[in-house]
Design a protein around this ligand. Structure first.
Ligand SMILES: C[C@@]1(CC(=O)O)C2=NC(=C\c3[nH]c(c(CCC(=O)O)c3CC(=O)O)Cc3[nH]c(c(CC(=O)O)c3CCC(=O)O)/C=C3\N/C(=C\2)[C@@H](CCC(=O)O)[C@]3(C)CC(=O)O)/[C@H]1CCC(=O)O
Ligand SMILES: NC(=O)c1ccc[n+]([C@@H]2O[C@H](COP(=O)([O-])OP(=O)(O)OC[C@H]3O[C@@H](n4cnc5c(N)ncnc54)[C@H](O)[C@@H]3O)[C@@H](O)[C@H]2O)c1
Length: 234
């Protein structure tokens, strides 16, 4: 047995794709497209939906009316790909969707053709979201319904304040980089930040005010991690 991690092929490379302000083309305006649009908008993408207006479901029509997405009122045309950084196709026409897939491959645009695994550069997964926290469950094509069951089970075990705690830690890290901006400080900064996360409870992290953060940060130079109560006393 080697001391290094064993390789288990057959998985996916799960990443947190930074699609902010990039252009996502959604082909189709039905129920599946509605879900794809929510995922893309939650990641701050610019979204264009191409589908005849008569085919839009209530949710997609709402996104169009609210101007959350740009709508092109017709069937897909190859020129729709000209400005696309990613394509999400969810239409009830297998021939048209295979054409979308082939064109995307010619143009090297990453694409997901809903429910057609061989025509996907990436799969969607079942998503839990709580503020800055995202957890995606994938069964790698084996059982999407089970992915959703596993995701709900995981979410149940998480404290309700998890997202709020993470948000506060994000603020604290930003302030820390202002207090100790130097590159050489990196290792000390990281060790101190890890120690705060390990020694403070989630409730402490949620409760932490801006004032508490400044108080806590005054202990960074001497490299101490006092408890929240101590920060408030001093
Ligand atoms: C996770 C989720 C995300 C999302 O789509 O947002 C998602 N499918 C969801 C639901 C769902 N999809 C289907 C059912 C019916 C029950 C069942 O089959 O289980 C249900 C359940 C329901 O509707 O509740 C039917 C289905 N799905 C695929 C095929 C084709 C095939 O398997 O060949 C067939 C038709 C099979 C047939 O004809 O029998 C394929 C894919 N579906 C994926 C993702 C990718 C793999 C993800 C993974 O393995 O983890 C992949 C490969 C490609 C992709 O589309 O990206 C979302 C749950 C979100 C949530 O609720 O949280
Ligand atoms: N809804 C589900 O839960 C589910 C489950 C399993 C599989 N699927 C599959 O996912 C795909 C989409 O499902 P849905 O429920 O969203 O379908 P839907 O029938 O609700 O919507 C289809 C959409 O595609 C649009 N469309 C059709 N041809 C088009 C074209 N050439 N260009 C642009 N738009 C076009 C229509 O206007 C409509 O908005 C289908 O292949 C379906 O079989 C869906």
């Amino acid at each position: 047995m080697s001391k290094f991690p064993e390789i288990q092929g057959g998985g996916s490379l799960i990443l947190a794709w930074q699609i902010k302000e990039k252009h996502v083309l959604v082909v189709g305006g039905g129920e599946v497209a509605a879900g794809r649009i929510v995922h893309a908008l939650n990641a701050d993408a610019r979204v264009t939906v191409v589908s005849p207006a008569s085919g839009l479901n209530e949710e997609v029509a709402y996104r169009v009316a609210e101007k959350q997405v740009t709508h092109v009122d017709r069937n897909f045309e190859p020129s729709d790909l000209d400005d696309a950084d990613m394509v999400l196709c969810a239409i009830d026409d297998p021939e048209a969707s295979t054409q979308v897939w082939k064109l995307c491959k010619e143009k090297k645009i990453p694409a997901n053709i809903a429910d057609v695994p061989p025509e996907c550069d990436f799969y969607f997964g079942s998503m839990h979201r709580d503020g800055p926290l995202q957890i995606m469950v994938s069964t790698n094509g084996n059982g999407p319904k089970l992915a959703s069951i596993v995701r709900k089970r995981i979410a149940q075990t998480l404290p309700s304040n998890m997202g709020a705690a993470i948000q506060n830690v994000g603020k604290l890290r930003k302030k820390l980089r202002e207090v100790a901006p130097n590159q050489e400080e990196g290792p000390k900064r990281m060790k101190w930040m890890s120690a705060v996360c390990e020694s403070w409870s989630l409730d402490d992290l949620v409760e932490m005010t801006e004032e508490d953060m400044d108080g806590l940060l005054s202990h960074y130079q001497p490299n101490k991690v006092p408890a929240l109560q101590e920060v408030r006393k001093s």
